[in-house]
Design a binder for this molecule. Structure first.
Ligand SMILES: [Zn+2]
Length: 115
């Protein structure tokens, strides 16, 4: 499952940061997961719940930002909201568009605490 490996790498990253900062666990984790990132939020939640037990993220508050998809037309440079990679430009009908927002999949901030 794709989402499980995402959660595993988030746990890895959190572990590294906690070690680097000489902290004990994560208080808050802020994630940015764009609506075009291909991540299923339900699957992510499930993977999250089953993976964080006993880790530095166990009691962390999780905040998820979901940037909406935005594309830029390669023909007329019009920018528009989009829910898929294959929406045509509403201005000129061009299908070759560059996704400029919505593919985000990253940890935005980690707030660490030491007991
Ligand atoms: Zn266009």
């Amino acid at each position: 499952m794709h989402e499980l490996s995402i959660v595993m790498s988030i746990v890895d990253l959190a572990n590294q940061e906690v070690q680097k900062a000489d902290a004990t666990h994560v208080e808050t984790i802020e994630l940015e997961i764009g609506t075009l990132s291909g991540v299923e939020m339900e699957a992510l939640d499930f993977a999250w719940q089953s993976s964080i037990s006993g880790t530095v993220l166990e009691n962390a508050e999780r905040i998820v930002h979901r940037p909406e998809g935005m594309a830029k037309c390669s023909q007329c440079n019009h920018t528009f909201a989009t829910e898929s990679y294959f929406d045509p430009c509403p201005h000129c009908g061009e299908f070759y568009n560059e996704i400029i927002r919505g593919k985000e999949l990253r940890v935005k901030t980690l707030t660490l605490v030491s007991d």
